[in-house]
Design a protein around this ligand. Sequence first.
Ligand code: DCP
Length: 717
Amino acid sequence: MLSGWRRRNGIDTEGGKRGGREFKSSNTMPVARPKPSDDRVIAHVDMDCFYVQVEQRKQPTLRGHPTAVVQYNSWKGGGLIAVGYEARKYGVKRSMRGDEAKKVCPDIQLVQVPVARGKADLGVYRNAGSEVVSILSRKGRCERASIDEVYLDLTEAAETMLAENPPERLEAISEEALKSHVLGLHLGGASTRDCVRAWFRMSDADHRDKLLACGAIIVAELRHEVLKETEFTCSAGIAHNKMLAKLASGMNKPAQQTVVPLSSVEKLLESLPIKKMKQLGGKLGTSLQVDLGVNTVGDLLRFSEEKLQECYGINTGTWLWNISRGICGEEVEGRLLPKSHGSGKTFRGPQALKTVSSVQKWLNELCEELSERLLCDLEQNKRIAHTLTLHASAYKLNDSESLKKFPSKSCPLRYGIAKIQEDALKLFHAGLREYIGIYHVRSKECQHEWAITGLSVSASKIVGIPSGTHSIMKYFHNLNQTSMTTSNDICTKDAAFLSPSGLHLADPQIDTYEDEARTGREMPTLYPVADETEVCKDPLSSRKYANNLDPIFFRTKEQRDGLTEDIRLSCSGSENGLVSEPTQSKMDFLGPGLKSEKQKKKFEKEKGNSSILRFFHSPDAYSFPEHACLKTFQESGASSSGNLLQENKQPTAGTTCSLGRNDAWSYKRDEIDPTVLNELPPEIQAEVRGWLHPQKRAKTVKKGSSIVHYFLSKADL
Ligand code: DCP
């Protein structure tokens, strides 16, 4: 009998491949044979009980008290998602409900996760994570791996230190560094601290060990800086590759660091339970146990690479062969920003969604959040996402096969809340059709055939926009045209094929990656749940095991924002007024006048920072109001080119001009920040300037270069 993983991934009992093709699975590791990597210095830094520390920093009175952070739902005191170390001493665990935690630790302080749009709002944690990342990235290449985890490549810094200021020549080694745990160090009667000092100062040590010693000193310094500047403690692992560093960072917590010299690797892996290894906590790990009798990583050494490939495919087989020897060629990616954004929510037990309208309501909320985060990303980092993906978990009512997975669906991402919402709903319908069958979708009874227990939307394939606003404009122009072609006939595809490695899950970055990785934290259920108790029992293990199970766990927090949406004054600001207060948006300078002194001041302050992005920020500024815009331009004669033009009927100075939606597009000419025009392409600048100042208006504007043409796709002209 095959275990689930092998059966699902097309491996037969003899270990061959079914169907004549190599399987692709969520557990296929994207591995080429790694280059020898034992001269690198890699650190993995992990914040200690991260959400708790963030809450304690917000409320310093919580410091020193047993504290835990609970999910916002009130059932049995809410689900614990982070437990402080003081509370852990009493036996409080993340798998507990608040009420249970109170029983074992009556003094425990339970802090609620902030809530927005009916779901957890992790913005405060995300921002705190960014603070830490900005400090940790000071000494080398830094990869933000999740909301509270970072990989650092400190090879260069360690080499420089070794060349210029090696540990044996240091007058003093910091206390923090001396507290390091160095695996495999023989104490020989001396105190640990003395042994560590001796290890650091060993001038005749192996070059690779010396590099690690330098790395450990650097990491201790960085951790100290994090503490000083943010008040957060973190733990770290220092090794020659990412896998070993990650393994080590969890070995001694909180506020400690562990070093893995090359000579200690074999021993470390020999007895390491297979399921403790990253990527092996789920079905693949189970398959190794059940099918191959592998219980520790060291047990894998019994199998040849060919055998492992035969059992699990080329990539996974090679990856397994490598990890059993402590080999990992994965580079630390220089990436401080998320690879994707996502927003998701679980609907447990009776909260499961059973109608399309309830799904749509929640999708709208999730898309709004996603859109908002995409807008922040665009504005702050000049990045744009290309792919929208919908993940859902569901079960079929009265169906013994209800474990069937709801297919994830993707399509090109169109900016704008409404577009994202519209596309997400289409993706949902596409998934539903596949999930329950077209016949059932059409039948009237389908309303009660399925239930959705988790929904998430995510935005991926995020790339930087080439510098220069002209490029930005071009970028969006092209994007818009693409959108136009797909909007009516959304082309969905399985999310699984988004990544070059076949599946999102196949990418080891995904499960550790930043916010999205923690997506699962909002959706800790994998499978249909009839019993809420069951679901809530172990959010941690659900999340961790989910890494190998269900894509929905990886992507809860992505999002896209909308250039067309109304935005808040601050991306990280309050949740209010996303759509209700267009006049408070950064587009005030295009809005119907400044309402108050405060607003005026803000406008003055922001004037110099004016950006074309503000233009897009206005409600429906980009994607939607094409026709409205066209109409009003025509009416006002604003454009001088093409058949859209009429004679000069430009508004006179000081009058209000409507560019479409009166509430958001009216403006007083004098209130327009001229710097925004500089960001438009030259030919458009000329046109707009002419339109604002008729007397200076350019006489000729190339046909087809009007602002209307600029913003509209050909299809609309
Ligand atoms: N988290 C969550 N839901 C989960 C698990 C975690 O929302 N099921 C959040 C809260 C955690 C943060 O992610 O504080 C980081 O998770 P970790 O697994 O790194 O655990 P902690 O940082 O809380 O503790 P540790 O010190 O053991 O790393």
